[in-house]
Design a protein around this ligand. Structure first.
Ligand code: ZN
Length: 249
């Protein structure tokens, strides 16, 4: 073993130690751990599954309540079909994916490709998240090439600002072609649920979920896994509300 091996091993061990405690209630089960409420807000059908389907599946498997909020029903996602017909098909795909993950779907009611950031939509998202009363919120990283993803992110951030205790985590989708400038500070080992994540993504038959997995998220899962020394991982940016990042100030 040379010095490079040693430093890499210590980096991986340190990273894994950080990752193990990064998201609440994904460590070893304790009998008195109260169920958490987890809410994920995504722009389109298949975004939450792509970005954090493995993490959501792990939470659901441990008995925590998981809700996925789809900002739109992906109305412009099937060529040659009307918005209404596409919405019906893709809503059913969302419901199938949520069953696989163990989540409850909710539809916010905006239209794919025509999402809007307005005070009215901020108020509606605030009402929705307040009613859900989440402990943990996931949404898109706001620096993204797709405006629908940005709208989902900013609406969620604005709603989250009114919540007092929820932790906010940003997920990545199609890194390199959609999510930009993403430097994660939180990792979740999804090796045990990677087949479930794939199945949830594959439920989006109209979107070639298999193709999306092979082109983007399989590579991302492996790469993020290598960063913490496990076969597959999802990576997040935790927007920290406490003041732990700048010591001694
Ligand atoms: Zn999307």
């Amino acid at each position: 073993m040379n010095d490079a091996d040693l430093s890499r091993r210590s980096f991986v061990e340190r990273s894994a130690a950080v990752a193990a405690g990064a998201l609440p209630s994904l460590g070893p089960a304790t009998p008195d751990s109260a169920p958490l409420k987890v809410v994920c807000v995504g722009g389109h059908p298949d975004d939450p599954e792509s970005g954090c389907g493995g993490t959501l599946a792990r939470y659901a498997a441990r008995g925590h309540a998981v809700t996925i909020v789809y900002l739109t029903r992906g109305e412009r996602g099937i060529a040659g079909k009307s918005l209404d017909e596409t919405a019906r098909i893709r809503s059913a795909e969302c419901e199938s994916a949520c069953r696989i993950i163990g989540a409850s779907p909710k539809f916010f009611g905006q239209i794919d490709g025509a999402t809007e950031l307005t005070h009215g939509h901020v108020d509606a998202m605030t009402r929705l998240l307040t009613a859900e009363n989440p402990d943990i919120v996931f949404t898109h990283w706001p620096v993204d090439t797709h405006m629908d993803h940005q709208v989902a992110s900013i609406l969620t951030i604005r709603a989250w600002l009114t919540l007092t205790t929820a932790r906010l985590y940003f997920f990545e989708v199609d890194l390199g072609s959609q999510t930009e400038g993403f430097l994660p500070n939180t990792y979740v080992d999804i090796s045990s649920v990677v087949e479930r994540k794939k199945a949830a993504l594959f439920a989006h038959v109209s979107q070639d979920g298999k193709g999306i997995w092979h082109e983007h998220h399989e590579i991302m899962a492996q790469w993020r896994g290598r960063e913490i020394g496990v076969p597959a991982a999802e990576a997040f940016i935790h927007l920290n509300r406490d003041n732990q990042n700048l010591p001694s100030l």
